[in-house]
Design a protein. Structure first.
Length: 187
């Protein structure tokens, strides 16, 4: 029997293989952002988008050299539906895995994953955090290659292009989602 996990189940699965607060927070953030994006792009599928977003780095903390390669076995052992597995591994397309994002959710995951890191880093540098942050601030940080250098501008650009969006348009969707995330979500 294949399982499409709820977001709470997805967090339980992530916690089996991830203990570092950074990785857990990133999983929650990407899940929240995908939930928000699903509200306007795939209504009724919010929990599915959110669960895949939460799970996208399930193998990264323990097996960084096998990222996206270890995930299929972990997820299959947990009974995850093949669509969940495909969504998770497509996040590593062109980087560490050869499964391309096909569905809209997978394209948004690919595009938004790195962008959440850049936006999160920008918020940490501001005395007010996310409050009052605008897309133009995100774009200024995007153009500064030294800022949050680990966040691949190439992946963000490639993801936006895959969606038929400019980077500004993508940021205009991701930033408000991040700004609306409750600190205690999902508990």
């Amino acid at each position: 029997m294949s399982i499409i996990p709820t977001p709470a189940q997805a967090m339980e699965w992530v916690r089996r293989y991830n203990q570092e607060e950074f990785h857990l927070h990133h999983a929650k953030t990407v899940g929240w952002v995908l939930d928000c994006l699903a509200q306007s792009h795939d209504p009724g599928q919010e929990e599915y988008w959110q669960a895949v977003g939460i799970l996208h780095d399930i193998d990264f903390e323990r097996w960084p050299e096998e990222h996206c390669k270890k995930a299929p076995a972990l997820l299959e052992e947990l009974g995850a539906d093949p669509t969940v597995v495909h969504g998770v591994v497509s996040d590593g397309w062109g980087l560490c895995y050869d499964v391309a994002p096909e569905r809209l959710m997978e394209k948004y995951l690919f595009a938004a994953d790195e962008l959440t890191g850049l936006i999160g880093a920008a918020a940490l540098m501001r005395p007010t955090g996310f409050e009052g942050m605008e897309v133009k601030s995100v774009m200024k940080k995007f153009k500064d290659k030294k800022f949050a250098a680990g966040c691949s501008r190439e992946v963000i650009s490639q993801g936006a292009e895959m969606l038929g969006l400019t980077i500004q348009e993508l940021a205009a969707e991701v930033l408000p989602a991040m700004q609306s995330m409750p600190e205690d979500w999902p508990g």
